[in-house]
Every structure is written in structure tokens, then in C-alpha cells.
Design a protein around this ligand. Sequence first.
Ligand SMILES: [Ca+2]
Ligand SMILES: [Ca+2]
Ligand SMILES: [Ca+2]
Length: 295
Amino acid sequence: MAALKRTFCLFAVVGMIAFAGKPAQALEISDMLAGSEASANVVGSSILDWVLNGANHSGGASYYYGIGSSPEALISSLPLIGGPTLAGNSVNATYGNGELAIDFGVEITAVPGVSSMTVTMNATSSSNNLDLSIFEVHNMNLSGTAGDDTIGFAGGSTPPPPPQPSNVEQTDADSTFTQNSEASILGGVGGTDVFPSHWELSANPAALLALMTDGDADTLADTPNDTNPIGAADVAHAFQWDASLMSDDTLQIIVRKQLRSDLVGEVIPEPVTSMLSLLGLAVIGGTAAGRRRSA
Ligand SMILES: [Ca+2]
Ligand SMILES: [Ca+2]
Ligand SMILES: [Ca+2]
């Protein structure tokens, strides 16, 4: 029954996406080993869920881009110019237009009790002085329960002011999620930066999402600026990577996520409205006041 409900939800989401003129394919990637299996459904630049041993631990992750003072938009709102290529436990697609091409890839692996997910984005500019921001909004709901999670930056990941933490950890009684990332200009000078430009950890996933869908350009608030955890609550996180690209520069961002849980569950589908909100297709009221990105 749960599987039927889940299928129905996906059809509904795909139908809405097709109606909205977005990429219409929901692609399931999975890794299955003896004693463990993990899977995720990817639609465009959104990852709808993250199932480990039958329990869904994610309310969804979405990836957005912004240029200069233009509003953020889903990466997959750009025209599809390559893929999607589905290869069992990974999917890749390229979205782009005359000034920018973004290769978006997701890979998932599993060993007993642990699933890892890597999201890789390669953004290549076709023009000089392209002020690009890439955003992630990810609402993990560990163990399938949204209200009892705590999130914070792991100690030692906070560099000198302004703090630019990297290692985020979310926990509840049964499961643990960790994430870090790195960004670099491929072939450029300056090496790899493990610290995102901006961040927000929040007990209000809808407010984080609203920043991406409110029609203006935002800069994440850099909160918290310490390692004090937030929760227990329905917590979520957002990161922002900024770069000024010259023609043919490629900004590479690699986001590494790990989920640990011994929970064995039955998949409980997210409400369709929640999925649509995640994809930025629903109208969101009560949005936070816009914070302009600096030029
Ligand atoms: Ca939970
Ligand atoms: Ca915005
Ligand atoms: Ca949550």
C-alpha cells in the first residue's frame, strides 16, 4: 500500500512538473547490498527523498542558481542541454543557456546502516565577470520524523570570523546525518575552498525555501555563527557558494552527505503539497524580508 501511495505521489508531481514546462522525468537511483539498500528520486535539480532500508529520511533537497541581482531559480529551470544519464546509482544532466551551463550529478551508495550521497555541480560560464551564486536547500527529516531533529556545525569546523562552517551534523534518537562540501575553480588559482560563502541552519524549512522562490536576490544570513545546535525541531539547512567567473571558468561544487541509521521502516510518502513546495512550484505566502545579494 505504501508503495502504491508513493507511486501516486510521484505521478502527481511529475504531472505538475510537466504542466509547468519543467523536466518531466523522475529518475530513481539506488544502491542495494545484502543487508542494506538506499534509493532516491531525482527530478531535475531536486532530490525528492532519501530512503535507507525502507525509511525515508529526507523531505527533499533542491539546488538553485542566481546571477547578479536576479532572483534565484532552480538549476533545472534552465533548458536541458545534456542527459539525463541514468546509471544505476547515479544520474547526470546538464542545464544551460547562452551564458551558463551547469552539469548536475547525484550519486548514492549504501553499506549496512549507512548511505552516502554526493551531489556534484560544475558551472561553466560563457561570459566574463559572471557573478554566480549556487544554493542548496535541504530539509532532512531523520527517521521519517520531522519535529525531533537537532542540527548544528561540528566543533572545529568554524574558521576565523566571519565564521564559515563546513561540517554540519543533524541527529535524532535513531539516525545521524553529516555533510560537508568543497568548491573550486577548475584549473584556476587559489585551490579548493572547503567553506561555503554563506549558510543558514534553521528550524523553519519553509522560510529557507521562500528565499529561493520569493522573486528577489537573497544572501543567506550566516546563522548560526557558532556551533550551538538548533532544535529539537523540523530543522533544515541551506548553503550558498559565490564566484565571479570569467569565460570558460568552471566552478565545481562537491557536496558530500552521509546518513547513518539502523532504522528499518516502511516508506511513508511525503504529501504531494510538500513535494511541490520543495520544487518551488507552489505559491508561498509570508515570505521573509528579502536580503539583496551584494553586487
Ligand atoms: Ca527525526
Ligand atoms: Ca530570493
Ligand atoms: Ca527537517
